[in-house]
Every structure is written in structure tokens, then in C-alpha cells.
Design a protein around this ligand. Structure first.
Ligand code: THU
Length: 134
């Protein structure tokens, strides 16, 4: 099984596929599944700015699109090429709160600094499927 540092390296490979001609901020992500399978994502922008998608959502959606679900996911690495450590945007936190287990390791890196967290820490006081109950 790949370790977290190796997963970060895979996410940096995915970052090379980022399509970010507008922000020039590149994000790569890699989902590691418990069976060893990996799914990659990168941010993909659009001339109509809101149409673009973030790297981490792209990677987790790829895992789900291939039939994997939160209990199948071991860890997620998200990397970016900013001067400071990148951390998922609010929209990604909401998506990850439903698609990952609360304690699934999320490893953030910009190559200089690496931090391990999880969605419980990144998004407290969540709105989720239970919130829709009446
Ligand atoms: N971006 C991500 O891919 N993930 C984040 O969590 C932060 C922002 C992307 C979106 C856009 O393509 C670029 O980074 C600048 O916001």
C-alpha cells in the first residue's frame, strides 16, 4: 500500500494535467482506495469562470464514477503550486463532507509544507443528508 508521501507525489503528477490558463494556480489530487487503486484529478478552468472545477472534487468524483464509495477510500492528497499551503475551498469541503468519511486522511502539500487533516477538522458544524430530515 502506498504511503502518504507517495500519495502526495502521485497528486503532483496529476497537477501536471491542470488546465488553469486564467488563474495559473495549479491543483492536483489523488484518491487512494483501500484496494490500492488510485484516481487522479486536477483543476480544469473555463473562459466562463464558474464552470471550472477544482482538482480535489475532480479526483473524488472520478473515484465515485468508477464505483468506489467513502468506505473504500483510504486517503486523499491535494497539492498545489502556491507560495503558501493550499487548502480546499468551501465548495470542495461541502462535497468532501458527504463523499469521504469524517476521519479519512486528507494530506495537503505545496512541496514545501505538508499537513495532514480530515474533513471533520476542515468543516465543522456540517450540513449533510441528515440535515434534510423533517
Ligand atoms: N482550486 C482547486 O482546484 N482547489 C481548491 O481547493 C482551491 C481552488 C482551483 C480552482 C481554480 O481553478 C484555481 O484553483 C484558482 O482558484
Amino acid at each position: 500500500m502506498m504511503n502518504h508521501q507517495e500519495l502526495v507525489e502521485e497528486a503532483f503528477k496529476a497537477m501536471k494535467n491542470a488546465y488553469a490558463p486564467y488563474s495559473r494556480y495549479h491543483v492536483g489530487a489523488c484518491v487512494l482506495c483501500k484496494d490500492g487503486k488510485t484516481f487522479y484529478g486536477a483543476n480544469i478552468e473555463n473562459a466562463s469562470y464558474p464552470v471550472g472545477v477544482c482538482g480535489e472534487r475532480s479526483a473524488v468524483f472520478a473515484a465515485y464514477s468508477n464505483g468506489y464509495r467513502k468506505d473504500d477510500i483510504e486517503a486523499l492528497a491535494i497539492v498545489s503550486d502556491g507560495k503558501t499551503l493550499g487548502s480546499p475551498c468551501g465548495m470542495c469541503r461541502q462535497a468532501l463532507s458527504e463523499l469521504l468519511n469524517q476521519d479519512t486522511p486528507i494530506i495537503l502539500s505545496n512541496g514545501k509544507e505538508t499537513v495532514e487533516t480530515n474533513i471533520a477538522e476542515l468543516l465543522p458544524f456540517q450540513f449533510g443528508t441528515d440535515s434534510l430530515k423533517k
